[in-house]
Design a protein around this ligand. Structure first.
Ligand code: FCB
Length: 455
């Protein structure tokens, strides 16, 4: 992979986690609205009905972003705001909101990076089976076309799905995320249809905007075996196939990793003629999203994968608020792993960050652990880049504290602290650190460009 001179420093957010205004201006309900508003599904039954109220406060939030010198902003579009019925009718007020948001970014010199789907399927579509229904491919194509027709003239970077492994795994196998469905009978069709939508959406972006850069994002974890025993080593291989290979391989034309995970054979039932080809697409880039590593152990009782993940706390390691180990080298390993696929042209780290307990003291948040986490992970990204891996950008998860899905408001990941009662914003020390880091990098980059010109 060859290097480019540019490196993009940004932050990522997702519509459902920050926008609020859950029933405003003609928006339809999404599966997350339905799920979180049903008792027993989230931490303390919290919802994102209001959350950061970004829908009303985006101008002020973009001012903060601009003041920190963050020039790349990855956000998602809420399908049910744009098409309340999931398909057909287009809600002009939803279109207007995203037009304002995109224009407000551009006005401030902030590049909008748009994700089409970050987990908030319109609820009406879920009532028809959601991701398990093959029709979702047509619904998603309609929605993608509407987005491209309205926003394609100004958005140069598109991502189709956010972490398909997580939303199908947690939402359709484990039932711990919306829509709360379980088992393989739901997971397998949801997986296949999500993989098809990914490539179909990408084709639509290119059809309407051939100049646009199109990618999609994958969650990933560096998986190591608990011991050197062959059983643990093989367990780690299976977990790796599930967590890291399941979506990228079909999208590169390699098919699902059936050899390592024979239960995936069941997908044949949902295959139609030509699907093999429909699944693949030549993406301009892929986004990898990495937070931690996983340690895998053989387990006879765990169905399908025969493996268990040994939690950080059970290994004597102090975890983050998500229960995750801090292991900076994981991102370096993942960059090497994903870059080693011949079809991967370019990588952006589209999410990385950490949740630690934050304290507001005299209007400041001294979040030294988060700053350290970011420094250490960025160092590993740059290490991979120096070794020739084509990684051209890094996005912190996340700009401001928000609704962390089933975990509610407890884990705070933001560079900006939010008081969810008053909506007051406070830039954390990590936010100021990121500002200084970006400005220093830009200076270095400019200096090296000058040198190149002078040569
Ligand atoms: C990722 C999600 C993102 C956020 C972070 C912590 O899996 O894409 O929305 O929840 O984890």
């Amino acid at each position: 992979m060859s290097q480019s001179n540019d490196f993009y420093w940004g932050t990522s957010v997702a519509a459902y986690q920050i926008e609020g205004a859950w029933q405003e201006d003609g928006k339809g309900l999404s599966i997350w609205d339905a799920f979180s508003n049903k008792k027993g599904n989230t931490y303390l039954n919290q919802t994102a009905n209001v959350s950061c109220d970004f829908y009303h406060r985006y101008e002020a939030d973009l001012d903060i972003m601009q003041s920190l010198g963050i020039r790349h902003f990855r956000f998602s579009l809420a399908w049910s705001r744009i098409m309340p019925q999931g398909t057909g009718h287009v809600n002009q007020k939803g279109i207007d909101f995203y037009n304002r948001l995109i224009d407000s970014c551009i006005k401030r010199g902030i590049e909008p990076w748009v994700t089409l789907y970050h987990w908030d399927l319109p609820h009406v579509l879920e009532q028809k089976g959601g991701w398990t229904n093959r029709h979702v491919v047509d619904w998603f194509k309609d929605y993608s076309e509407i987005c491209l027709k309205h926003f394609g003239d100004r958005v140069k970077y598109w991502m189709i799905l956010n972490e398909p492994m997580v939303f199908t795994g947690a939402g359709y196998f484990l039932g711990i995320h919306a829509p709360g469905k379980r088992w393989l009978k739901n997971f397998i069709p949801a997986m296949h249809h999500a993989a098809l939508c990914q490539a179909e959406g990408a084709r639509i972006v290119k059809h309407y905007q051939p100049q646009a850069q199109v990618g999609t994002t994958f969650s990933c974890s560096y998986v190591t075996p608990f011991s050197n025993s062959p059983r643990d080593v093989q367990a780690a291989q299976r977990v790796d196939a599930l967590l890291n290979r399941l979506y990228i391989e079909p999208s590169l034309g390699m098919g699902y990793p059936v050899k390592d995970l024979p239960f995936l054979n069941r997908v044949e039932k949902y295959f139609r003629n030509g699907d093999e080809k429909l699944l693949s697409f030549e993406y301009d880039f892929i986004g990898i999203q990495n937070y931690t590593r996983e340690v895998a152990k053989y387990s006879w009782w765990m169905p399908f994968v025969n493996a268990d993940l040994v939690k950080a706390a059970n290994r004597g390691i102090e975890p983050t608020l998500m229960g995750w180990e801090v292991y900076p080298e994981c991102i370096y390993q993942m960059l090497h792993k994903f870059a080693s696929y011949p079809g991967v042209k370019k990588i952006f780290v589209t999410e990385n960050g950490a949740a630690f307990p934050d304290k507001v003291e005299n209007n400041r948040v001294h979040d030294t652990k988060r700053t350290q986490y970011l420094k250490d992970h960025i160092a590993q990204v740059l290490r991979a880049r120096e070794e020739g891996i084509r990684v051209d950008g890094y996005f912190v998860w996340t700009f401001m504290d928000n609704f962390e899905w089933a975990e509610g408001y407890r884990p705070r990941f933001g560079l900006v602290h939010i008081d969810f009662d008053t909506q007051q914003r406070i830039i954390k020390d990590s936010g100021y650190w990121y500002r200084d880091w970006i400005s220093q990098q830009t200076t270095i980059l400019n200096a090296s460009l000058v040198q190149t010109v002078q040569k």
